[in-house]
Design a protein around this ligand. Sequence first.
Ligand code: A3P
Length: 287
Amino acid sequence: QHPLPEPPSYMEYQGILFPAINIKQESLEAVKMFEIRDDDVVIVTYPKSGTNWMYEVVHKILTGKKENITPVGLEFWPPGKQPSYIQLRETPSPRLMYTHLQHQLAPPGLAAPVNKLSHNILQVKVIVVLRNPKDICVSFYHYCQKHAYLKNPESWEHHNRDFLDGKMVFGGDYFDQVLGWWQMRNDPHFLFVKYEDMKKDFRSSVKTIAAFLEKELTDEHLNLILNSCSLESMRKALTESGTSRNTIVRKGMVGDWKNHFSAEESARFDQKYRERMAGTGLEFDFE
Ligand code: A3P
């Protein structure tokens, strides 16, 4: 273990916290003007919803390749490297990228796509992965503890409160992030996939995603995806990668929140959940 070079510092942009080390105001402003191409595929998630899982699945649907890849996050500017928005500008089509941004910070070509359907023109495909917030809260807690560039939660109790108060890095308030994108649910260029459904029936989830991407899968191709994107295959591949990405795969289950939430925390969470989700038509499995 290396000692931390400096304490993690966050910057705030339009009310949302970002780690100063790999997201800058300049990159967030550039993202707002980022040009989306008609053949782009963009994965949108609140952090810890299964971003990397979906990315591997989509990458493998598009390419048929077995190797794992390092996902490109639109808003990121890794230290010593090019910001993603420049790297992506130079990437030939078709491009695949992900973002945790709330819809109002995302490129306009994504959050408010022009309806070209009537002209039968190809258009960007956006896959939004959704996950129940209790498991996300737990997943985020463990993730923050493992990364030196993120603030180590003072305690589980603090983290749980901060989550409900919308003070998380990258995505800000869970309900704002999710419900902002949920407004696009009737847009045919958006596909909403729940983590819990992928866990329940991975095979049919992959088929649905492939159909949305207009890719026909042979049985062989489908099986390659199912095998190489399983929890254990991804755990093995990421561990062997020798990078910090080995922290991505943890338990990979639905309902781990029960091992962390007190009855009181759960009740408080449920109340906020009911208030914010009422009338939205969005529901989750919590176990
Ligand atoms: P847990 O911490 O609850 O285990 P993200 O990629 O958005 O950071 O999400 C990380 C979460 O997705 C982690 O949740 C991780 O275990 C889970 N995950 C990663 N790969 C997975 C896979 N192949 N199958 C199921 N869950 C997976």
